[in-house]
Design a binder for this molecule. Structure first.
Ligand SMILES: *Cc1c(COP(=O)(O)O)cnc(C)c1O
Length: 411
């Protein structure tokens, strides 16, 4: 008699049918792309698609305008520069985020200060922000991890009190709101990415939103060689670069945005079901969401695994779930563990000699380390099918728990 139930031990998987593929596209992308092709205006300076997308993305935020650029790394740099952050300024960054958040700070010659995150949401801990403020602190970059919005009431209050600017890293949070306001419009600027894994994508791409007209004007100029709209082509008013989006990306993103609200409603429904169902499994803790987070764009679906209650460690559960046909990506390592910060050659001499930057690998930021080591990141695809498709996540986690003794020991 076979005693194998788990796919990782040779049994049949919960799912053989693949989840919906990401990214998605249909005739609408094709139609708009062909319009661009036939127009021979592939350049945003002459075309209409990027401008249309900027207007639509601004409308989505209740904003006057938005600035579409190359990617969501450049948006962070441009937003910091447009807000006057640079040489010698300290910028507070959560230790649990993608590398681009901290790299942007270094790219504008400012000094990143890493702080810990909240154990429930995984987003920057406002208490840690407050404790990290010094005389040179100029900015803070909250990251809305997996669309769960950081505590923007606390962060904007701290920023007002200490005269800091707030750049929201919204790369995971298309469609997230805080007390009804779209993310990116709570701080002084918001940075979006449209890279391939994000909730809307043009392959690459990024956009800056802001409540401040002057910040958008400077961001526009910085992203277009320092030009000013309407002025002679060879007049350059600021030290800007070419960070322009192409019309191809603008076309695809217009189609992606049209489809976004319906996709997001479906993802949110499935995520709420998973939150309820998975919370009843011992040792499985769905990512928390603050009361102020009135809507959550689900870049991915995150749960924390408490090994002592579940009976397996995160990595073993992860492998068993992958074998069951459940797609997962990797959780971010904490920034303090990245090679670039431990290798003496990883940072440019200019950055290395910067006074005031702490030795990241020696920092102790235990919550972010625990989040990196104990969370599972299900890809957004698990939320993109029917409710029954999403329920396979619950079935798989329960199955692995019930049959965990079958897993060959890993030592
Ligand atoms: C994806 C991402 C970025 C960078 O965006 P790119 O468009 O890939 O440059 C920045 N911050 C976070 C949190 C991200 O997930």
């Amino acid at each position: 008699m076979s005693t194998t139930n788990l796919a990782i031990a040779g049994g049949p998987p919960v799912r053989t049918k693949p989840y919906p593929e990401w990214p998605t596209a249909d005739e609408r992308e094709r139609e708009l792309l062909l319009e661009v092709l036939d127009s021979r205006r592939w350049w945003a300076t002459q075309g209409t698609k990027v401008r249309e997308f900027e207007a639509a993305w601004a409308g989505f935020h209740g904003a006057e305008s938005s600035i579409a650029v190359t990617n969501g790394s450049h948006t962070l740099e441009i937003a910091l520069l447009a807000l006057g952050v640079g040489e010698g300024d300290e910028v507070i960054v959560p230790n649990w985020t993608f590398f681009a958040t901290v790299a942007a700070v270094l790219m504008v010659n400012a000094v990143p200060v890493l702080v810990d995150v909240d154990p429930d949401t995984g987003c920057i801990d406002p208490g840690a922000v407050r404790a990290a403020i010094g005389p040179r602190t100029r900015a803070v970059i909250p990251v809305h991890i997996a669309g769960s919005v950081a505590d923007m009431d606390a962060i904007t209050a701290i920023a007002r009190e200490h005269d800091l600017v707030v750049v929201e890293d919204c790369a995971h949070a298309h469609g997230s709101t805080w007390r009804g306001t779209p993310v990116g419009m709570l701080g002084d600027a918001g940075s979006y990415s449209f890279q391939s894994s994000k909730l809307m994508t043009g392959g690459e791409g990024g956009a800056i939103v802001s409540r401040h007209r002057d910040v958008l004007d400077v961001a526009r100029s910085l992203s277009d060689c320092g030009r000013r709209p309407g002025e002679w082509f060879y007049s350059h008013y600021l030290l800007g670069g070419n960070y322009r989006m192409t019309e191809w990306q603008g076309a695809v993103l217009l189609a992606q945005l049209e489809r976004f609200p319906e996709q997001q409603r479906n993802r949110a429904r499935n995520a709420e079901m998973l939150n309820r169902e998975l919370a009843s499994i011992p040792g499985i803790h769905p990512q928390g969401r603050l009361a102020g987070c009135t809507s959550q764009g689900n870049y991915c679906y995150v749960v924390r695994v408490e090994e002592s209650d579940f009976g397996l460690d995160r990595d073993t559960l992860r492998e068993a779930l992958l074998a069951e046909g459940i797609p997962l990506t990797m959780a971010y390592p904490p920034l303090t563990r990245l090679d670039v910060f431990s290798d003496p050659d990883g940072l440019s001499p200019r950055v290395r000699s910067k006074r005031g930057m702490s030795d990241f690998p020696s920092l102790s930021l235990p919550v972010s380390e625990r989040m990196a080591d104990t969370t599972l990141w299900f890809t957004t695809s698990v939320l993109m099918g029917t409710e029954d498709d999403a329920r396979d996540v619950v079935r798989a986690v329960r199955k692995v728990m019930e049959h965990r003794m079958e897993i060959p020991s890993r030592g």
